[in-house]
Ligand binder design. Structure first.
Ligand code: 2BA
Length: 110
């Protein structure tokens, strides 16, 4: 069994959950925040039998789109504690999905 941890954009989350559930996958949704953009994203936990793993990954790849996002990132000018904070716009490409796959040692439901 595998545990798929998929970090996706909020815009794709509902559709992805619907697709996965329709195909019989169990899904847990977590509201998360990206460390770089400091904006909301969604992390899905999907526990899958090995024989259904590729199908799960295919759905994630199909549904999740990469998008360009303009972010205003605070930077420190002058350095040190006396430095001034400024911000400038930067463009980053986010997603489709950042996916971690873990092998599950044990899976129990009580
Ligand atoms: P964020 O950390 O908010 O990052 C959003 C996007 O900003 C990233 O998209 C990437 O294109 C860009 N980015 C991130 N760190 C950067 C940096 N130091 N310099 C320049 N650009 C940077 P993705 O790579 O598609 O990541 C989307 C989200 O997936 C991330 O949101 C984060 O929540 C998660 N993530 C990505 N890699 C991760 C990792 N190795 N471990 C844990 N979470 C990760």
């Amino acid at each position: 069994m595998k545990l798929v941890i998929a970090i996706v954009q909020d815009e794709d989350a509902s559709r992805l959950i619907t697709h996965l559930m329709n195909e019989g996958y169990g899904v847990t949704k977590l509201a998360t925040t990206g460390g770089f953009l400091k904006s909301g994203n969604t992390t899905l936990l999907v526990g899958v039998d090995d024989c259904r793993f590729e199908g799960c990954m295919a759905i994630i790849e199909k549904v999740c789109k990469s998008r360009k996002q303009i972010a205003t990132s605070p930077i420190t000018m002058g350095g040190g504690t006396a430095g001034m904070y400024s911000s400038y716009p930067i463009e980053v490409t986010v997603g489709g999905a950042t996916v971690f796959v873990l092998t599950v040692e044990q899976f129990v439901k009580y």
